[in-house]
Design a protein around this ligand. Structure first.
Ligand code: FE
Ligand code: CA
Length: 523
């Protein structure tokens, strides 16, 4: 999308937020002092002019940037969060969506009250937009501050037949493990959206990389908020959010490493629900997600959802954490234990699984795509299990999905995955344990943006020995770009040479092409 902008426009979009001079500042104060009654009153999607006058905001409140996400054919979520000495003040935030970067052709606008209860974040579901169109958006505090200008894009109409979709797949951005070197390149990608499949933060940075988050492990809402502030202060990350809409789901580290539903694998008596309540709320406050968030019950926030890109692709974005049962075999790598085939074990939970099956059975999309967290294909060899936190620990449910796909003639399946801190490409066979059965799809595992790999030498040996796996790279950090067309899916695995420096070259480490008709791949 952004590549289609005139370079001059793109350059001007890099401007910093507008800072008021002293005269404007005093006149803004005059407006506030002169106000005898609050105009507008009710929070709403009325015109920006109807918004009540804001309290005096003493410093630029938009330093965490702007973001958009979950586009549909007519709407997009616009996000920002005000920071500064706001206390318990309520602050009306004006939003504007325009066709031009000077905002002379505003197509949608309104205002929303930012309050301390949600850390002064706002989520605007900006509607009335045209399908398959690019827009500029910004936020304002009336008479005082204006945010940077963001760019976003709607999806094609449901009944349309687009012939191309480019998506960037990304995950795992540990702040202290490295710089957001790959993000710089990601921000420049010509893609409809970024699909982010988890580990947006790490609750327990060990600060052993090139930079320091300087935070204690997050447990309380305040601690999680503070962590998001550190992560979101990174200008490369801000730039990716500013230039591209994101579709996001979470994995474990948004709460705590390897948590499963309400169970903490460390078994130290921790109240996982309390932690989830704080972590899910902070996640909502800092991400441009279209989810029904309830302040009364943050620990139960449904994030799984689906959407279509015309008739070319349908996406199911999954939650593999909130509803799962505890990992089998004490979560340990090694020979599979007796509980490995437990029919009661679940990654998705009953409600999500039913929703997924119904959606996939009824779908007429050309490609059926899962955006999800942990590695799906079998990763076990000679009785050595690589990681029971992955789908290998939830085999009965994986088998159930395979059987469902075969029964419903699903053979255009694409599984987009993160978590592993390594890139991979694998064939999904009709029978997960029998590679002589036909291919029904492929799994694309994106490497991490910045999170480094722990010692995974045995994992590597295992993966290289599996004949479903055709590519594996755990050394390099980056992301993947998937281009869906009618005839094929083309995947580019992109990596940077280092994340120990802020700037580094990007290169394409591997390219795979999947033929739509035959499900055969080439590289
Ligand atoms: Fe990770
Ligand atoms: Ca993870």
């Amino acid at each position: 999308m952004t590549d289609r902008l005139h370079p001059e426009i793109a350059n001007r979009l890099r401007r910093t937020p507008v800072r008021l001079n002293r005269r404007d500042f005093l006149s803004a104060m005059g407006v506030i002092l002169a106000a005898t009654a609050c105009g507008g009153g009710e929070d709403g999607q009325t015109t920006a002019d109807d918004s009540p006058d804001p309290p005096l905001v003493g410093s630029d409140p938009f330093v965490l940037g702007v973001a958009s996400g979950d586009p549909t054919a007519g709407e997009v979520i616009l996000w920002t969060r005000l920071t500064g000495e706001l206390g318990d003040d309520e602050v009306p935030v004006i939003w504007e969506v325009a066709e031009d970067e000077d905002f002379s052709r505003i197509v949608a606008s309104g205002w929303q009250m930012a309050s301390a209860a949600l850390a002064h974040s706002v989520h605007i579901d900006a509607g009335g937009l045209a399908p398959d169109s690019s827009y500029f958006y910004r936020f304002r505090i009336k008479g005082q501050w204006t945010s940077v200008t963001g760019l976003t894009r709607t999806l094609p109409a449901a009944e349309s037949s687009p012939d191309r979709l480019r998506v960037a797949l990304a995950s795992c951005q540990d702040y202290s493990d490295g710089y957001y070197t790959a993000h710089r390149h990601l921000a420049e990608e010509d893609v409809a959206f970024v699909l982010f499949v988890g580990d947006y933060i790490y609750e327990d940075d060990d600060d052993d990389g090139p930079r320091v988050a300087g935070l204690a492990d997050s447990f309380t809402l305040e601690q999680y908020r503070e962590r998001y502030e550190v992560y979101r202060s990174d200008e490369n990350l801000q730039e990716v959010h500013r230039r591209l809409p994101w579709v996001m789901t979470w994995d474990d580290h948004e709460v705590r490493g390897n948590y499963a539903g309400t169970v903490d694998e460390r078994d130290d008596g921790e109240d996982v629900l309390a932690r989830r309540m704080a972590a899910y709320q902070a996640y909502y406050e800092h991400t441009p997600v279209r989810v029904a968030f309830a302040l009364e019950d943050p620990a139960n926030t449904r994030i799984y959802r689906s959407f279509s890109y015309g008739d070319l692709a349908e996406f199911w974005v999954l939650d593999g954490r909130q509803y799962r049962t505890e990992q089998p075999c004490d979560g340990e790598q090694g020979p599979p234990c007796d509980e490995i085939d437990d029919p009661e074990a679940t990654m998705l939970g009953e409600a999500q699984k039913t929703w997924l099956k119904e959606g996939m059975a009824n779908s007429t999309a050309h490609w059926r795509v899962l955006g999800q967290q942990t590695v799906f294909v079998l990763a076990e060899i000679e009785d050595f299990l690589m990681n029971p936190d992955q789908w290998d620990g939830y085999r009965a449910e994986r088998r159930e999905l395979h059987e469902f796909w075969v029964e419903n003639d699903v053979d255009n399946l694409v599984i987009l995955t993160g978590d592993l801190h390594a890139a991979g490409f694998a064939t999904v066979h009709a029978d997960p344990a029998d590679t002589s059965t036909p291919a029904i799809g492929h799994e694309i595992v994106s490497t991490s943006l910045s999170s480094t790999s722990s010692d995974q030498v045995p994992a590597r040996a295992i993966t290289m020995a599996l004949d479903t796996v055709h590519y594996f790279n755990l050394e390099k950090r980056g992301y993947s770009v998937c281009e869906f067309t009618r005839d094929q899916l083309r995947v580019e695995y992109k990596v940077v040479s280092t994340i120990f420096e802020l700037e580094a070259d990007l290169e394409v480490d591997a390219v795979f092409t999947i033929d739509y008709e035959t499900n055969q791949f080439s590289s």
